[in-house]
Every structure is written in C-alpha cells, then in structure tokens.
Design a protein around this ligand. Structure first.
Ligand code: G3P
Length: 220
C-alpha cells in the first residue's frame, strides 16, 4: 500500500518528501485554507508538485459539472500531470465521466460508502477516496466502508485505485493496509507517529554508546 501525505503545507511536504517513502500528496480546500493567505493557490500547488514530482490531487470548488470542468482545465494548465479531485455528487460523476474520456486522472472524494465508491468507479474515476475518520467521528465504524470497498473490488476486479482518506491514527493505516487499500493518504502528524518507536530509539542509543565504547577500547 502506498502512502500519500494529506497536506498543503510546504514545510511538512518538504520534510516528509526528504524521507523518501511517500508517493503523492492530496490537498483539499480546507487544507489550502490553513496556509498563508498571501500565497497564490496556483504557486503553492505548483511548488507542491515540483517538490513531490509524483501524484498531486487538486480539488475543484464548483458544484456544477461545467464549473468543475472549467476548473479542471485551469488546474491542468498549471501542471498537466494533476489529478483532479471531484466531490462525490451526481454533477461530480458527470465531470469524472467527461474527464475520463479525455484520459485525465480523477480522484473522487468525500466517499463514505462502498456503493458511492462503486458509482465513482463506474463513472471512470482513477481513484476513489473513502473517508474513515469522519465516519468514526459520528459514532460509526469507518473501516467498514474501506473493507466493503476492497471486498467488492477483489470480487469484481474493479479498476479505480482505493485511497483510504480521513486517517486519524496509525491503527487506521494498519487496518487499511490489511483490508487491501491501494493507498492511504495520511496527515503529517500520523505519518510521523508511524516512523517512531521507543524501542528503536533506545536500541539506537545503545548501539551508539556501545560503538563509542568499542572505539575507545581500541584506542587504548
Ligand atoms: O483529504 C481528504 C481527507 O483526508 C480529509 O481528512 O481529517 O479532514 O477528515 P479529515
């Protein structure tokens, strides 16, 4: 399962990208709204793409099909490798159908059930983003949507890549990987959490100290 960073923050993107284990970035209007308002959205998105050099999902803000297609055209004029993120609404599916005819990659977002994922796949989505944490937030088990989607995909050999989104903690990543999601898009804080373990830190401290002791003994 690939890991993407779910962020529009250049500092986070540069740090995580330097570690070499992520394959893409997903952004959304709420993440962009957290950044410095003096930055141009276009410049920020282009910087993100130049830094990561891989998948970058950029979301449209219109809710009508023509508006979404116009925004997609503008985003693609910034960098032609963009994946256009489209909300899971009927007008969005119509936009996905149109973009898929032109071989433009799409990521259908705000998916909360396997049936929504199925409809997005059938419209021609390249990626379906199934939200986990927001379902947990309302007292349901968000993993069920990911597990159901993966089961249906396995059974029918469907083509869209399954992105597990709205990830809140490391166990979500573990469960999504076990369920068979293709990708998990994860906030910076949670990616940082999965890299660290207290036994790694204490083990490394022992190795460093033993290495120093050995060198000191050799010098005597
Ligand atoms: O990018 C979409 C998704 O990952 C949002 O996450 O934490 O706002 O539910 P969250």
């Amino acid at each position: 399962m690939q890991l993407y960073l779910d962020s529009a923050n250049m500092k986070e993107i540069e740090i995580i990208n330097s570690y070499g284990f992520i394959n893409g970035i997903t952004t959304n209007p709420s993440l962009l709204a957290k950044e410095d308002p003096s930055l141009s959205i276009k410049d920020l998105i282009v910087s993100i793409y130049k830094t990561i050099g891989g998948h970058v999902s950029v979301e449209v803000n219109s809710t009508d099909t023509a508006g979404m297609l116009k925004e997609a055209e503008e985003i693609l004029s910034w960098f032609p490798e963009a994946t256009i993120k489209i909300p899971m609404i009927p007008n969005g599916l119509a936009a996905v159908k149109e973009l898929s005819k032109q071989d433009i990659p799409t990521n259908v977002t705000l998916i909360f059930t396997a049936m929504q994922a199925l409809a997005a796949n059938n419209a021609g989505a390249s990626y379906v983003s199934v939200f986990v944490g927001r379902l947990d937030d309302i007292g349901t088990d968000g993993m069920i949507a990911v597990k159901d989607t993966c089961e249906i995909w396995d059974r029918h050999g469907l083509e869209s890549q399954i992105i597990a989104a709205s990830i809140r903690h490391p166990i979500h990543i573990l469960d999504c990987a076990k369920a068979g999601a293709d990708i998990a898009t994860v906030p910076y804080k949670v990616l940082s959490q999965i890299l660290h373990h207290s036994l790694t830190d204490s083990g490394l401290a022992s190795f460093i100290s033993d290495h120093k002791k050995m060198l000191a003994a050799k010098e005597q």
